[in-house]
Write a new protein. Structure first.
Length: 180
């Protein structure tokens, strides 16, 4: 099949993953956007927790890279908001921080972070972690789709069973009426 066929173009479009990068440092955001863009990710930038929550509610993202320490709304607070909303409860979130306190990681995981990365970090390690978190998210989404399909099949079988029970009751009543 031709490389530029409509189905291949659609597959490539679906393959582009969108990452929301949230940090109060414009320098950090620009570096992340550039490096992740070179890996083929579409990166949307937010420089505050409030802006991040607005963007998340307005559009879908595949992953959020979230600075833990920001003025006004901390990364932990934003993460808690993400986890408390039904539509974003499973949105993958990786917290980034310059803090080296091990209890910070505990707080992040307790709040629902999928991963926790301390600065300075090797970009290749962050890229591998992003890839791993996205792959896990894909598996979770596939399980959700499978569960929905199974729920549909169970509902259909329950309807069929109800119909068979009704037919059986009618047949029993007919047999009783005929004395069989």
């Amino acid at each position: 099949m031709d490389q530029a066929s409509p189905s291949n173009i659609a597959l490539r479009r679906r393959a582009v993953r969108t990452i929301l990068a949230v940090d109060d440092s414009r320098t950090n955001l620009n570096v992340l956007a550039h490096r992740l863009g070179n890996l083929g990710y579409l990166v949307v930038l937010a420089d505050s927790g409030a802006q991040a929550l607005e963007l998340i509610s307005a559009r879908g993202f595949d992953l959020v890279l979230l600075d833990k320490v920001m003025p006004e709304l901390s990364g932990i607070h934003v993460l808690q908001e993400i986890r408390s909303a039904r539509g974003t409860a499973d949105l993958p979130v990786i917290l980034l921080t310059a803090q080296t306190d091990p209890l910070g990681a505990v707080d992040a995981f307790t709040a629902g972070a999928d991963d926790y990365v301390t600065r300075p970090f090797e970009f290749e390690v962050l890229a591998a972690r992003i890839q791993r978190v996205l792959a896990r998210s894909d598996r979770i989404e596939e399980l959700k789709r499978s569960n929905l399909a199974l729920d549909g099949r169970i509902a259909a079988r329950a309807i069929e069973l109800g119909e068979v029970r009704t037919e059986l009751a009618i047949a029993k009543a007919e047999c009783a009426r005929l004395g069989i």
